[in-house]
Design a protein. Structure first.
Length: 282
């Protein structure tokens, strides 16, 4: 790093899975830095070791930010630059890097991004859903009341919604989204850039059914269409029971499953679908 009169806080992206996504600039920056503030020093030490980086680390995370943040700002006040990293991706997205940036700006220091991998945007661009406008929601609150309030606040959003979730809470979150926002199109994106990367696309109910039968593994990004697109999809896909049955049969290849899906899509009983299909000689 070049000497500057004004200290700089660098918000440095790190890989979200594949170490090959580390940028040349990030490696050089971390090598030249005096100090790296890391969300998890053990995790970051493994990354630094891989790239033969021996810069001093200090911990800065959600549980010590109130005390550690001012200490780091005071250290910068002595004329030092500081690099902040999270466990993965861009610092400041669902981690306290944003708090440190606010403190640095308030102190009159420069804040500079070092771009790189980001799970939310990586999932969004491969989701198949609208990428023109989106809202990042992140992790839902654990409390039912707080979670309900947050989901109610985004219920009417027309833009695509982005959520983060851990595997052990995925089914609970899918259920909450389905109940609060309706059965919209969605994509469950897991293990991004890793060996077992997977994109599962469908409706919220289809995703929930899948993960009821298959244990979720890995960290997830959930991409959910906005209310405007959901309404448009509903109008576009409104069709007769026969058309719905045939479309789902072509997709899944199983008659019973196709009837179940058609019934759910149209809001009628599976028996009604069966009778209509039977009469049509399907």
């Amino acid at each position: 790093m070049t000497d500057k009169k004004t200290p700089t806080l660098y918000l440095c992206a790190t890989p979200i899975g594949n170490l090959g996504d580390m940028t040349y600039r990030a490696v050089e920056l971390l090598k030249e830095a005096e100090l790296i503030a890391a969300e998890d020093t053990r995790h970051t030490r493994e990354l630094l070791t891989h790239f033969d980086i021996h810069t001093r680390l200090t911990s800065y995370h959600e549980h010590n930010k109130a005390a550690k943040g001012p200490e780091l700002i005071a250290w910068m006040g002595e004329g030092h630059d500081l690099v902040c990293v999270s466990d993965a991706g861009l610092p400041g997205i669902s981690d306290p890097g944003s708090d440190l940036a606010a403190l640095a700006i308030e102190a009159g220091f420069q804040v500079s991004p070092v771009p790189g991998a980001n799970a939310a945007l990586s999932a969004l661009i491969a989701s198949g859903l609208d990428t023109r406008r989106f809202t990042f929601v992140g992790f839902l609150p654990r409390g039912k009341k707080e979670r309900a309030e947050l989901l109610d606040s985004v219920r009417g959003h027309r833009e695509t919604l982005i959520f983060y979730e851990a595997p052990h809470r995925l089914k609970e979150t899918l259920t909450a989204l389905l109940e609060a926002l309706g059965d919209r199109r969605a994509a469950a994106c897991r293990e991004l850039t890793k060996k077992f990367e997977e994109f599962r696309r469908g409706t919220l109910s289809e995703l929930l059914n899948h993960y009821e039968e298959n244990q979720p593994r890995g960290e997830f990004v959930l991409i959910l269409e906005g209310v405007g697109n959901a309404a448009a999809s509903t109008r576009q896909e409104a069709r007769s029971p026969i058309a719905a049955y045939e479309a789902h049969l072509a997709d899944c290849g199983d008659k019973k499953e196709a009837m179940r899906r058609a019934a759910k899509e149209l809001g009628i009983s599976r028996r009604e679908v069966y009778q209509i299909v039977l009469q049509a000689g399907q």
